[in-house]
Ligand binder design. Structure first.
Ligand SMILES: *Cc1c(COP(=O)(O)O)cnc(C)c1O
Length: 404
């Protein structure tokens, strides 16, 4: 079992007071808090080895390059990629998806289809829409049901020889639904389609095995797994990364450049133009080590307890409705209270030191499906507690009373 008080002591921000109250941070779906080891590793990088990577012969440049590549290796191991060069550093999930969607511009033709799910974050909708506009391909949506689950029988029917790309999230940020991605990947492959998994909300809760999943691409952000902002990972199968053209041109991604012709660098550098977030890349490895020390099985079991407890406590409130009641879900509770605007609840409980997200959660199509403007979303991490849930539930009750 986890020693939650010991874990909480690793996160300096959790002792903060906000608006004069002890902070209760339930906005982990938007970004996670950072443990001291990660914060210290950033300082240590800048104090001791800061230099540009892959370029210099000097000692610091080599130390920085080594640390960066060690981190790439850690991430490769963590997600069980076959080769380190299948792990591309990006600035985050959004960057990773755009890189792949752009790559497919040279492959898709008019009449081809891209399947996206109804549960996607805008990051995993808009780049594909742009791709479809460019190529004349068609964006086709895998529908969802009232529980917030994808309707898999409909997905089966949508697949055809026209399907070139299928893109779904592993876990929905707005509702917490855990999607049956293994089934989706295997089924899409029967039709020769490439599959991208948006793992941004999954990696904080579980350890994906990209070889077992057999996905073609898996993307995530560092900042949702205790790492810094501005760094993320694009995993791609070697054959796809070789086939797709690079997303950006610049330094680092070339083999030779002349005004007549440029040849591209080998993987992974082909997709890593320009000076990257070096400290971020290195420290992402530190964050992953930290999480693995706690253990994803422990994290999952504990977060599940928080989800069950939070769900039970919130449902005590009259007129409260939870959106996203999938059988398989993670520690996200999206809800509304009859007759009260989510924004108003968010504002009042902020005065009580509680951080939650209100609004459409970058997933407007889901809100349209439910015909609501937005929800209040509480998303729990392994450093949250049942006592915090109690404080939160009391605050929501108080806000409801003030507003109705
Ligand atoms: C957060 C999130 C994104 C976007 O991540 P960025 O870090 O903003 O690039 C995409 N998809 C899902 C499911 C997310 O939760």
């Amino acid at each position: 079992m986890l020693d939650i008080q010991k874990i909480r002591a690793d996160f300096p921000i959790l002792t903060q007071k906000v608006n004069g109250k002890q902070l209760v941070y339930f906005d982990n779906g938007a970004t996670s808090q950072k443990p001291k080891v990660v914060i210290d590793a950033i300082t240590k990088y800048y104090e001791e080895i800061n230099a540009n990577i892959h370029r210099g012969v000097h000692t610091l440049s080599q130390l920085a390059t080594d640390a960066y590549e060690v981190s790439r290796g850690k991430i490769q191991q963590h997600i069980n990629a076959k080769f380190p060069y299948e792990v591309i550093f990006t600035s985050g999930t959004t960057h990773g998806i755009n890189a792949i969607a752009n790559g497919f511009a040279s492959i898709l033709k008019e009449g081809d289809e891209v399947l996206v799910s109804a549960l996607e974050h805008h990051s995993n909708i808009v780049p594909w829409q742009m791709l479809c506009e460019k190529t004349g391909a068609k964006l086709v949506v895998i529908p969802m049901n009232d529980e917030g689950e994808l309707i898999i029988s409909e997905f089966d029917k949508l697949l055809s020889d026209k399907t070139k790309v299928v893109t779904v999230n592993h876990i929905s940020n707005a509702l917490g639904t855990l999607n049956p991605i293994k089934y989706i990947i295997d089924k899409a492959h029967e039709f020769g389609a490439a599959v991208l998994i948006d793992g941004a909300q999954a990696v904080p809760h579980l350890k994906p095995d990209v070889q077992e999943l057999d996905c073609d691409f898996y993307v995530f952000s560092g900042h949702k797994i205790c790492g810094p902002t501005g760094v993320g990972i694009l995993y791609g199968k070697e054959e796809w990364l070789r086939k797709l053209p690079p997303y950006q041109g610049g330094g680092e991604m070339i083999a030779t450049v002349s005004f007549e012709k440029t040849t591209y660098a080998d993987l992974p550098h082909k997709f890593e133009a320009g000076t990257p977030n070096i400290a971020g890349g290195i420290v992402l490895g530190t964050a992953i080590d930290y999480l693995n020390e706690i253990g994803f099985e422990n994290i999952q079991a504990y977060e599940h307890e928080l989800l069950e407890y939070g769900t039970k406590r919130l449902l005590e409130i009259d007129g409260l409705k939870i959106f996203g009641t999938a059988k398989e879900k993670t520690s996200v509770i999206s809800f509304n209270i009859e007759g009260v605007h989510p924004y108003d609840i968010g504002t009042i409980i902020d005065k009580l030191g509680i951080a939650v997200r209100t609004g459409h959660h970058c997933a407007q199509p889901i809100m349209d499906f439910y015909q609501i403007p937005g929800t209040i979303r509480a998303s729990f991490a392994f450093y949250n507690t049942k006592e915090e849930i109690d404080i939160f539930v009391e605050a929501v009750k108080k806000a409801k009373m003030m507003l109705s």
